[in-house]
Design a protein around this ligand. Structure first.
Ligand code: SF4
Ligand code: SF4
Length: 147
C-alpha cells in the first residue's frame, strides 16, 4: 500500500485539535443529569425500602438496627450497581428525594468488597400534605336528605 494515499489525510490531522482529552491528567465536566454513583440523604429517608425492592442489580440492602429508636442501616454495593438510577425514580420522598446520584465515575479499586457505602440513620417521619376537606353534598347543605 502506498503511503502517499494517506498523506493528505495525515497532514490534515496534524493541524486539527485533538478529539480526545489526556485522561486522567485532564477530565471533562460531566453533563447535567449524569448518572454517577447513588447516595443517600439519611435525614430524609423514611426506610420504605422501595429502592431496595426495585433495584435490578440487588445492590441495596436495608436492615433494621434497632426497633425502639427506629434505626436503620443502608448499604449500597457499588460493585453490583449498574448506575440505572431506578432507586432515585422509586424513592417517594417529596419534594427532595432521599436517594440521589452524584457525578462520581472513578470507582475502580483492587478489592470489590471495599466498593460499598453505608449509612446508619434514624427513620425520618414521612411528610404528608394536609388532606383537603371534602365539601358536603349539595343535598345536605340544602337540608334535603340524600337519596
Ligand atoms: S443505580 Fe440502579 S443498580 Fe445502582 S443502586 Fe440504584 S437501582 Fe440499584
Ligand atoms: S432512599 Fe427513598 S426509597 Fe429508599 S428507603 Fe429511603 S425513602 Fe425509601
Amino acid at each position: 500500500m502506498k503511503v502517499a494515499v494517506f498523506l493528505p489525510e495525515l497532514l490534515r490531522h496534524l493541524f486539527k485539535k485533538p478529539a480526545t482529552v489526556d485522561y486522567p491528567f485532564k477530565k471533562l465536566t460531566v453533563p447535567e443529569g449524569f448518572r454517577g454513583t447513588p447516595f443517600l440523604h439519611p435525614d430524609l429517608c423514611i426506610a420504605c425500602r422501595a429502592c431496595e425492592r426495585d433495584c435490578p442489580a440487588e445492590a441495596i440492602v436495608i436492615t433494621q438496627e434497632s426497633d425502639v429508636e427506629k434505626k436503620f442501616k443502608m448499604v449500597i454495593h457499588n460493585d453490583r450497581c449498574i448506575h440505572c438510577a431506578q432507586c432515585v425514580d422509586s424513592c417517594p420522598t417529596n419534594p427532595v428525594k432521599a436517594m440521589d446520584m452524584d457525578h462520581l465515575y472513578e470507582l475502580a479499586c483492587f478489592d470489590r468488597h471495599t466498593l460499598k457505602t453505608e449509612w446508619v440513620f434514624t427513620r425520618a417521619t414521612p411528610k404528608r400534605e394536609p388532606k383537603p376537606v371534602p365539601a358536603a353534598p349539595a343535598s345536605d347543605r340544602a337540608g334535603i336528605p340524600a337519596k
